[in-house]
Structure formats: C-alpha cells, structure tokens
Design a protein around this ligand. Structure first.
Ligand code: A3P
Length: 302
C-alpha cells in the first residue's frame, strides 16, 4: 500500500505502519543486523514529540562522569549528532554499520514503532525510553516543521484540515500514532524494567523529578553528593529549550541537507495547538483517543 505523507513524500504501509519509502531498506538492515547490548539506552519517539530534548538529556545523564556540565559536548554539538538515529543515520548510511566501537553505554534513537524493533533489541535487557506528547501539539509541531523543511523535492504541504484528517486516520510517517503510543505503553506495562513511558508535558511541568526518574531507570541514579551539588538542576538548565535554542550550533548549524538545526527549536511549549486548530478538530481528536485508548490505562493530557 502506498500513499503520500501530508507533506508530499511517499510512504508505504509495511509491517503494520506507514514508513517513509527511503527507510524501507534501512529498516530491514536494522532488523537483520542490529546487535543490542544489555547496556544500550534506546530512545523511542514519534517525530516532534520531544526527541531533540530527550537526546540531550540522555546524552548528558549517560556521560556526566566524563564531561563536567560546563564542558559538555552538547554546548557545541547538536543533540542529533551526539545521539544518532538507527534508521535515519546509522542504517541509512550503511547496511551493517560498526556500532561496536561506540562509547558505552551506547545511546541510540529510533522513530520506529515497538513492533518493528529488531528482535535482538527485544531479547536484550537494554533500556527503552519512550517519550510521547499531546498529539495535537505534536501534529502542529510537525506541520510547522514540514512548512519550513522540504524532505522531498518539490513537496507541498497539504492544507491544515486535510493533513489533520490524514493524521487522525493514521496515515502519516511512523503512524498510526495511536498504535505507536499503545505499542510502547503496553510494553512498559508488561516490562516496566525495560520500557519507561514518559510524557513531554510531565517533563515540562516537573523536569527535576523526571530527570531523576530517567537516570534511575537507565541504571545511572544520582548519588547523594550529585544531588547535594545541584547536578540535576544543572542538567535540567543545560537541556532546557531556552539554553539549547540559543547555542551557536543550534542557531546556525545544519542538520542535514537544507534542514537547519534551528528547525528543531520552535516554541517548545505545551498547548500551542489552540492557536491553530478549531474546537471541532480538538473534539475529533478527543473522541478518537477515547475510542482507541479506553481500557489501556493510558491517559493523554489534551
Ligand atoms: P514545537 O514545534 O511545539 O516548538 P522533536 O525533537 O521530536 O523533533 O520535537 C520538536 C519539538 O520539541 C518542537 O516543538 C521543539 O520546539 C521542541 N523542543 C526542542 N527542544 C526542546 C527542549 N529542550 N525543551 C522543550 N521542548 C523542546
């Protein structure tokens, strides 16, 4: 099955989800060749749900003994360079990339749904951190991203009501988003030691508690001395939207091709959807979530 994503690039339905067609080969290579380690830290997310932020946090948490905060590589590198995507970077560049030489613990990321993860990853004891976001904010964030960045030559973005319809119907890259959420949600219920399910909104509301929760989950809890020295607060500040957005590398740097690093920093808030979507659209989403999530125990802040 083939369709165009709402910004015009072809997506194919494969293994139960919509995949940008250029990721077909990297996906198969990842599934066939990836060898997980028990020490791996894997970030999973839908695009535009806080990936850039979580990459920064996980990198700093995992490498805090190697780099003091004021000398963090995050100050001069985009978080997408420090934590690369399996399907969009490593397996896009090579069928069988050498991931053995990466520093331990390896921090890796993916937008793939849980059912598409390599079996080696499922069978290992590695830690999966999933971040989700209010789907209305995520949709608006993605719409802006597509308007700014053409991922496909001559692509044109559908009008908002049309793209919102496609999004609700689940016809969008890595979607249906409800299945993406539920895949990781159910995995986190079945295996709470392996999958941590986080919400962008909680991270915004109470960064310190969430950062401590993440560090504990990945097996790198903060010591009493670190807490007393205020390290959690320093990490929260370093990885905050305002701090990262204003770094030279994120103001001027290039992510890939014509996509600039600054396109990953727009508003960085909660609830911007009200400025773009009608109450009827929000109502449609609420009903959809009710229908799909009832009984799962998953509640989203919308
Ligand atoms: P907005 O477009 O709503 O501002 P992703 O990283 O998954 O591509 O998601 C991008 C979204 O996360 C954008 O949302 C961006 O502004 C926001 N974001 C990026 N860095 C952030 C940070 N450090 N803290 C909070 N939000 C951040």
């Amino acid at each position: 099955e083939q369709q165009n994503n709402w910004d015009g690039y072809p997506i194919c339905k494969f293994q139960g989800f919509w995949l940008p067609f250029w990721l077909f080969h990297p996906l198969l290579c990842f599934q066939r060749n990836f060898k997980a380690r028990d020490t791996d830290i894997m970030l999973s997310s839908m695009p535009k749900s806080g990936t850039t932020w979580m990459k920064a946090l996980l990198f700093v948490i995992a490498n805090r003994n190697q780099f003091p905060i004021d000398q963090s590589p995050l100050l001069v590198n985009s978080s997408h360079k420090l934590v690369k995507s399996l399907e969009c970077d490593y397996y896009m560049e090579h069928d069988n990339p050498d991931l053995e030489t990466l520093p331990q613990p390896r921090v890796l990321s993916t937008h793939l749904p849980h059912q598409a993860l390599a079996s080696s990853l499922i069978d290992s004891k590695c830690k999966i951190v999933y971040i989700c976001r209010n789907p209305l904010d995520q949709f608006i964030s993605e719409q802006h991203f597509f308007l700014k960045n053409r991922l496909w030559p001559n692509a044109t973005v559908c009008p908002l009501d049309e793209s919102f319809g496609m999004y609700c119907d689940g016809v969008h890259a890595f979607g249906p988003f409800c299945d993406h959420l539920l895949g990781y949600w159910n995995a986190s219920l079945e295996n709470p030691d392996r999958v941590l399910f986080l919400k962008y909104e909680d991270l915004k509301r109470d960064s310190l508690s969430e950062i401590k929760k993440i560090a504990e989950f990945v097996g790198l809890p903060f010591s009493e001395e670190e807490e007393k020295a205020g390290l959690v607060g320093e990490i929260s500040k370093l990885c905050s939207f305002d701090k990262l957005k204003d770094l030279e590398v994120n103001k001027k740097g290039v992510h890939y091709g014509t996509i600039t690093n600054n396109s990953f920093y727009r508003k960085g808030g909660v609830g911007d959807w009200v400025n773009h979507l009608t109450p009827e659209m929000a109502d449609r989403m609420k009903k959809l979530l009710e229908a799909k999530l009832t009984g799962s125990g998953l509640m989203l802040d919308i």
